[in-house]
Design a protein around this ligand. Structure first.
Ligand SMILES: Nc1nc2c(ncn2[C@@H]2O[C@H](COP(=O)(O)OP(=O)(O)OP(=O)(O)O)[C@@H](O)[C@H]2O)c(=O)[nH]1
Ligand SMILES: [Mg+2]
Ligand SMILES: [Zn+2]
Length: 294
């Protein structure tokens, strides 16, 4: 017997190697050439079939159907996307939060907002806004440990990915949840408080009865490059718009500046946050531009 077929999950992808957890084993794999022809990229989180070699290495042979997939971060089969934000060094632009939420919505994946560095700035207003919009928001501090028990409870039994701009403390939170992980964290010492892109690869860790992925942080450049949801899906990716959709005066209303728009009326009445609607309009314009360009 030379080869053996096994099932497992990709927990790390680095320099052309895929690290697959199969039972208690961690098998270092290369991908078969057929994936390249099929233009399929194996992702961290993928459930796979592999052929293990006598020397302990393996070849990825098949990627099992995905429940969902994301491009930034490049990851699959995620139950929860924990969007880590910070009220100080670096301050997270709420538009980035809305961009990420919009991508996650409708993909069988729950967005969770985690406000870190609470010891530096208690961004209560922002938290309240997102709670009102219907999201689970958890204020935490990786430094003092505040909020971590609640976060940990939420992660139990699920597969979650941490995402957010560089330097907000994604890796620090993971280390605080499990000090044995010893993930490298970076300084945010430059004058603009930008992160240093310390985390360079995506890795899935087993933690508190669930799986949690640390991912590289976004730069301002990445945020500009993030693909908006197509126009037809955009209104559905803002959950607090739902009660008003279908009540606009015109069929196919874009909810940007139309007469008799129920969404705009809800913004006026204070039921929908102005900043959330502004993010929607910005994403709508991006999606429109993209469509015209195609
Ligand atoms: N005061 C304070 N500092 C924090 C907190 N969490 C993280 N930091 C600091 O913020 C800096 C960046 O933390 P990282 O964990 O590397 O941030 P990251 O989001 O993983 O960054 P990338 O890997 O670049 O995306 C480090 O200097 C941490 O010590 C916190 O809750 N409070
Ligand atoms: Mg990191
Ligand atoms: Zn409308």
């Amino acid at each position: 017997m030379t080869e053996m077929k096994r099932e497992g999950q990709i927990v790390k992808a680095l320099s052309g190697f895929y690290y697959v957890k199969s039972g208690e084993d961690l098998i270092t794999c290369r991908a078969r050439g057929k994936f390249r022809y099929q233009k399929v990229t194996p992702l961290v989180g993928d459930r796979v079939l592999l052929l293990s070699q006598p020397d302990g290495s393996g070849y990825l042979d098949e990627i099992l159907p995905r429940r969902n997939e994301f491009h930034r971060p490049a990851i699959a089969n995620i139950d929860q996307m924990v969007i880590v934000a910070s009220g100080a060094i670096p301050i997270t632009d709420p538009f980035l939060i809305d961009q990420m939420i919009s991508i996650v919505e409708g993909k069988q994946c729950e967005p969770i907002l985690c406000m870190n560095k609470w010891d530096l700035v208690a961004a209560e207003k922002l938290c309240e806004h997102y709670q009102k919009a219907g999201f689970h928001v958890i204020p935490v501090s990786a430094k003092t440990g505040e909020g971590l028990p609640e976060l940990s409870e939420l992660l139990r039994g699920k597969t979650s990915a941490f995402t957010g701009n560089s330097g907000v403390g994604k890796s620090s939170i993971l280390n605080a949840l499990d000090p044995t992980l010893r993930i490298k964290v970076g300084e945010v010492s430059d004058k603009l408080g930008r992160g240093r892109h310390t985390t360079r690869h995506i890795e899935l860790f087993e933690l508190h009865g669930g799986f949690i992925a640390d991912t590289p942080g976004f730069s301002a450049f990445d945020a500009d490059k993030m693909e908006p949801r197509p126009m037809a899906e955009l209104e559905g990716s803002f959950r607090e718009f739902a009660p008003y959709l279908g009540s606009c005066q015109f069929v196919g209303c874009a909810h940007v500046k139309e007469k008799g728009c129920a969404v705009l009326e809800a913004v006026q009445a204070g039921h929908i946050l102005k900043s959330r609607h502004e993010s929607y309009v910005r994403l709508y314009e991006q999606a429109k531009e993209r469509k015209a360009w195609k």
